[in-house]
Ligand binder design. Structure first.
Ligand SMILES: *Cc1c(COP(=O)(O)O)cnc(C)c1O
Length: 378
């Protein structure tokens, strides 16, 4: 359990567990491979500034983001190392990317020309990665037809220099077979990129693996890997190594009441007490990011005991049935994600109950919840 930071509800983040998960990735791929932690979407909702502060002493190869604004923010925090923008960006953002020395991933010859032009007029040389589509379909040059674009894409243009070549896996959390299919398509493209670059090819980093890929197929790790969810405590598929939990979500009990049989609860009155019951109103709702899909099905932990969420989750409050836990008092701390005594609720369990994935639960935690870091400065 957590101590109350004088908030109605909060997210607790364990810096030591984050660093341990990072070290497991690094040790698994070996010291010859760089680690590019993905810190997009405010580091999956944990807070990019604190994640970067926690991981920088471990000397990552760089940090990965999805938007130029996210990279600019890391620069404003003083991070001077490599920042790779791993998603396509709108043309209007390219100038800012160049000024902030962000490395873009490039998916078309037009985008590359625009990058070169923008860099030239800023008097700079931009660095970029050739993004190769091997089945994800949302970005990248088509890996099935590399002969058609490899010279233009990897050769560079005035003002822009190719420093990397990457692809993204679509099903590494589900099976290893597709990883090897994607890898064999990708590695044939990499060979052509290397041939195109000749003696300069040694400058190019090759990166493929997300968290699930790291543990499923580390033999294709190559120069750099791009883990995200595993660092933040999310599972990477059945039968795979489990990360240490990093994130917990707590809320205080705002009200305890005893109700007679026949009392209705919440919007739509979807719950009605069958007998006299005790209810606790928790100061957390979907406005904090507690998925509303947990209405009448999720649970919380109070005094080490699982108690069911009853009725619909509201924007600001959620009610649990505490008839079996007599000790509950107003001001007590309930655990929505995390552990209390021997009872535990992982983000993957909560996500499955809500019909979604850990990524969406984490990134859905809103700014109304303070992020309380523990063990940030070892
Ligand atoms: C988000 C992302 C990752 C990290 O994926 P995880 O499943 O969180 O490890 C890696 N590469 C790219 C291109 C991404 O967008």
């Amino acid at each position: 359990m957590s101590t109350n930071p004088k908030a109605r509800a909060w997210v607790q983040v364990r810096a030591d567990a984050l660093r341990d998960n990072y070290a497991r990735v690094r040790d698994h791929v070996g010291l010859g491979t760089g680690v590019l932690p993905m810190v997009k979407a405010d580091a999956y909702g944990l807070g990019a500034e604190d994640v970067v502060r926690a991981l920088t002493p471990l000397d990552p190869w760089g940090f990965g983001v999805a938007a130029v604004s996210e990279g600019v923010r890391l620069r404003a925090l003083g991070f001077e190392g490599r920042i790779v923008v791993c998603s396509p960006v709108p043309p209007e953002d390219v100038g800012e990317a160049v000024r902030s020395s962000l490395q873009l991933s490039i998916s078309s010859v037009d985008a590359l020309r625009h990058l070169g032009q923008t860099a030239r007029s800023a008097g700079r040389i931009a660095e970029y990665h050739v993004d190769v589509d091997t089945g994800m379909g949302r970005s990248g040059f088509d890996g099935r037809n590399a002969a058609g674009w490899v010279a233009a894409a990897a050769g560079g243009v005035d003002g822009a220099r190719c420093v990397g070549c990457c692809t993204h896996l679509h099903s590494a959390d589900e099976n290893g077979e597709t990883v090897h299919e994607q890898w064999s398509l990708f590695s044939a493209v990499v060979d052509q990129v290397v041939a195109e670059r000749g003696p300069e090819a040694s400058e190019i980093v090759v990166h493929v693996l997300n968290s699930a890929g790291v543990f499923r197929a580390s033999e294709v790790a190559r120069s750099v890997v791009r883990p995200g969810i595993f660092l933040y405590g999310g599972g990477i598929g059945p039968g795979q190594p489990q990360p240490q939990p990093v994130v917990s979500v707590f809320s205080t009990v705002g009200l305890v009441r005893s109700v007679p049989a026949g009392t209705t609860l919440g919007y739509g009155s979807t719950y009605r007490s069958e007998r006299p019951e005790r209810w606790a109103t928790l100061c957390i709702g979907y406005g904090d990011g507690l998925p509303r899909a947990l209405s009448n099905r999720g649970c919380a932990i109070l005094h080490g005991t699982m108690v069911p969420i009853i009725g619909r989750i509201s924007m600001d409050v959620t009610v649990v049935d505490i008839s079996d836990v007599e000790a509950v008092r107003e001001g007590d701390v309930a655990t929505l994600i995390g552990s209390d005594g021997s009872a535990a609720r992982t983000i993957d369990e909560v996500a499955a109950e809500a019909g979604t994935i850990s990524y969406e639960v984490l990134t859905g935690l809103t700014s109304r919840l303070p992020r309380v870091w523990t063990d940030q400065d070892p």
